[in-house]
Design a protein around this ligand. Structure first.
Ligand code: 0O2
Length: 253
C-alpha cells in the first residue's frame, strides 16, 4: 500500500487497513463477475465455476510474518505480505485459467506485480495453481489507495487436491512422513490426468456439437437445444457463485 490517508492515523489503524483490503476484495469480485458475465454474453460459456475471497486472519498474519523473520507490525504487514486480501477463482479447464488471467491483466486499473505459475512449474509436492499478485486502486475520500490482492486461479480438480492437502498437512503440523508425501504426489498426478481427460472430453463434445449444428443446418432442421446459450447450458446467474468468505482450508486454522 503506497499511500494511507492521513485521517487513518487517528483512528484504529488495524481496522482501517482491513477496511481498505476488504474494499479491494469487493472491487475485485465485481470485476471478476463482470468479466464472467461478458464471457457468457459473447460466447455463451462461463469459464468460472465459483469465486471465493477472504481476508487473512490476524493469527495467520502474525504466523507468516514470524516465519519470514519480520517484526509483527502493520507496516510489515502491508509491505511484506502480498496475500492479506486473497481471491480464489475456480474454473472448469486449465485453458480457462490463462484466459481469465489474461482478462484480469488487461484491466487498465490493475497492475500485475508478479506471477507464479505453479501449473507450468508445479511444486515438488504436486501443488498446481496460477498465482498473480496485483494492485487495485480503492477510491477513498482522500484519493485512491493502490492495494495488493493475491489472485489464485485453478481448476476444480486442482482446488480439490490443494484444499485437502492443506487440511492434512496442517493436521500434521506441516511435517508429513515421506510415505504420505508420496501418496499426496500420486493423488496430484491423478488430478492432472483427470484435468487432461475432462479437457479432451469437452473438446470432443464441442466438435460433435459443431458437426451436428452443421448437419442440421444443411438438412434445414432446428437444433433441439434451441440456441447456443441453451446448448452451452450455462449462465453466470445459474452456475457461478461469488462469495466473500474464508478459504475452506483456512477456516480450520
Ligand atoms: P495459507 O495458510 O494458505 O495462507 P509471496 O507472498 O508470493 O512472496 P508465498 O506467500 O510463499 O510468497 O507465495 P506462494 O508460494 O505463491 O503461496 C501463496 C499461497 O498459495 C499459500 O499461502 C497457500 O494458500 C497457497 N499454496 C502455496 N503452496 C501450497 C501448497 O503446497 N499446498 C497448498 N495446499 N497450498 C499452497 P500461505 O500464506 O503460504 O498459506
Amino acid at each position: 500500500m503506497t499511500y494511507i490517508p492521513k485521517t487513518y492515523d487517528q483512528i484504529d489503524q488495524w481496522n482501517s487497513l482491513m477496511f481498505i483490503y476488504n474494499s479491494a476484495l469487493k472491487q475485485m469480485n465485481v470485476k471478476i463477475e463482470v468479466l464472467n458475465s461478458e464471457f457468457v454474453h459473447i460466447y455463451s460459456y462461463n469459464p468460472i465455476e465459483h469465486v471465493k475471497s477472504r481476508l487473512k486472519t490476524p493469527e495467520s498474519i502474525v504466523k507468516k510474518l514470524k516465519r519470514m523473520g519480520c517484526e509483527v507490525n502493520t507496516f510489515n504487514m502491508t509491505e511484506k505480505l502480498n496475500d492479506v486480501a486473497g481471491v480464489r477463482i475456480i474454473c472448469s479447464f486449465t485453458s480457462d485459467i490463462y484466459q481469465i488471467a489474461d482478462m484480469i491483466s488487461r484491466q487498465a486499473d490493475i497492475t500485475v506485480l508478479y506471477v507464479k505459475d505453479y501449473i507450468k512449474n508445479p511444486k515438488p509436492n504436486g501443488y498446481k495453481s496460477y498465482h498473480m499478485v496485483v494492485t487495485i486502486p480503492v477510491y477513498l475520500t482522500e484519493g485512491p489507495v493502490e492495494t495488493k490482492v493475491e489472485i489464485q486461479i485453478r481448476t476444480v480438480a486442482m482446488d480439490f487436491w490443494a484444499s485437502l492437502e492443506h487440511k492434512m498437512y496442517y493436521k500434521l503440523g506441516g511435517d508429513a512422513p515421506e510415505f504420505l508425501q508420496k501418496e499426496l504426489k500420486a493423488c496430484a498426478d491423478v488430478v492432472d490426468m483427470l484435468d487432461a481427460k475432462m479437457y479432451s472430453l469437452n473438446e470432443s463434445i464441442l466438435q460433435w456439437n459443431a458437426q451436428e449444428e452443421k448437419r442440421r443446418a444443411e438438412e434445414g432442421t432446428a437444433s433441439p437445444t434451441g440456441n447456443a446459450e441453451a446448448a452451452a447450458g450455462s449462465s453466470l446467474t445459474e452456475n457461478t457463485e461469488i462469495s466473500v468468505c474464508e478459504f475452506p482450508e483456512k477456516a480450520a486454522e
